[in-house]
Write a protein that binds this ligand. Structure first.
Ligand SMILES: *Cc1c(COP(=O)(O)O)cnc(C)c1O
Length: 418
């Protein structure tokens, strides 16, 4: 078949037929009545077999082995599942990633550890740099830590249709910079920050960077080790398919391990050296384990492990290639819509800066998106006028993109004629 060039259903079918990852799209639980799932960047679909694995876990590892399973394996899961996520999604060599707690809690623990460390080294480094368009939880955690530790928040004004660039960072960092907190992929626009260049700029000023990988882990290649990252925290329930409330991941570079001034603040027994000796006084465990606090959320790690294994099998480079093809196709479909619809794409067109999701803007989206949900077309709405299309590469087909966008166009035409 010759390549159909018009952005329509024939081209969608052709792209699916050419897709080297098409075999992965059927390796997720079937969702009856769902025509197009555009929210895999917010809550990934369950990987096929996860239900059976949870069932087996409950019957065998938990139900039969009972508490013996802690000795037989669970104690090591935070590091083991962490290494899996680190390798598949973060470009991290083993021993630098653990899975534990929620994203918000890990952001708090890691950010507190870094800001305290910086002030311990140099009491003048009391600036905490962040941007106005980061995800709310990141901003709120930073505000809380600034209040708690007497730090100054330095805000970078981020363009909601793109994101923070190295020049903006260069303009705010200096002798007072403690830590910079940024998202690798912006949750609204999908802008991919130049994480390598920005890290270098911050290091040049004597600062440290905490990268939020919620929207990048599993959708764009991350090379935490190669890019000299200090630390990263991100969700496992978005592109990694870990399920609602899945424990998050934290990466801390080897060079920052076992440093007395660099301590996370929630000193629980599971992050202590030899926890079962039940001794007086907290002594952090060696290495990345020190970022664990209480009993790890083992049940929640079962799907995270499956998701990370699936990603490793596909390979992040292939995932990225498909991701760009999906957003290119979606963009071409929207470009072909009649002008009078007035839809604007508020995401970066340039491949290097474009993540795995696109945001469309239109004043009628707030009214339209519940009707889309009723039709089994599931994007999410981001106030005030954004419709976010998360095109999770492993689970999304081009035909799904076409059918979902057709529904968006029809509902907008209908809203406009009322
Ligand atoms: C989704 C997301 C979060 C979510 O944090 P939780 O603690 O899991 O609720 C945080 N930061 C960013 C950038 C996100 O996209």
């Amino acid at each position: 078949m010759a390549e159909p060039t018009a952005p329509g259903p024939d081209r969608a079918r052709w792209l699916d037929a050419q897709d080297p990852l098409r075999g992965f799209t059927t390796r997720f639980e079937r969702a009856e009545g769902v025509v197009a799932y555009f929210d895999g960047n917010s809550l990934g679909r369950p990987v096929e077999g996860v239900a059976q694995e949870l069932d087996r876990f409950a019957r065998e590892e938990w139900g039969t082995r009972l508490i013996r399973s802690w000795d037989e394996g669970w104690m090591g899961w935070p590091e083991q599942v962490g290494d899996l996520v680190g390798r598949a999604a973060l470009g991290a060599a083993p021993g630098q990633t653990v899975v534990a707690d929620s994203t918000t809690v890990l952001l708090y623990k890691t950010l507190r550890a870094l800001v305290d460390h910086q002030v311990a080294l140099d009491p003048a480094r009391t600036d905490l740099v962040l941007d106005t368009d980061n995800f709310p939880t990141d901003r709120y955690v930073a505000e809380g830590i600034a209040a708690e530790r007497g730090l100054t928040l330095r805000w970078i004004d981020a363009d909601p249709a793109s994101g923070v660039d190295a020049d903006q960072v260069r303009a705010v960092v200096g002798e007072r910079t403690g830590v910079v907190l940024l998202s690798h992929v912006a949750y609204r626009s999908g802008f991919v920050a130049d994480a390598e260049a920005i890290t270098e700029v911050v290091h040049g000023a004597g600062g440290m960077v905490l990268w939020d990988t919620c929207h990048s882990a599993g959708s764009v290649p991350v090379r935490a080790d190669d890019w000299g990252w200090d630390a990263a925290v991100g969700c496992d329930y978005k592109y990694l398919g870990g399920g609602p409330g899945a424990p998050a991941h934290v990466y801390l570079a080897h060079r920052h391990h076992d440093i007395p001034s660099l301590r996370q603040p929630i000193q629980g027994w599971m992050g202590r050296r030899d926890p079962f000796l039940m001794e007086q006084g907290y002594v952090p465990a060696a290495g990345i384990r020190a970022l664990v606090s209480g009993t790890p959320p083992i049940v929640g790690m079962v799907p995270v492990r499956r998701g990370a294994e699936l990603l490793a099998e596909a390979g992040i480079e292939a995932v990225r290639t498909k991701s760009l093809a999906l957003t290119d196709f979606a963009w071409s479909v929207v470009d072909a819509w009649p002008q009078h619809l007035g839809v604007v794409v508020a995401s970066p067109r340039e491949h290097a800066r474009r993540g795995g999701h696109l945001t469309l803007r239109h004043p009628a989206f707030e009214e339209v998106y519940p009707r889309l949900w009723d039709r089994g077309v599931i994007p999410d709405f981001r106030s005030p006028d954004g419709l976010r299309l998360g095109l999770s590469p492993l689970s999304t087909t081009f035909v799904e993109v076409w059918e979902g966008l057709e529904a968006v166009r029809e509902e907008l035409e209908r809203a406009g004629s009322r």
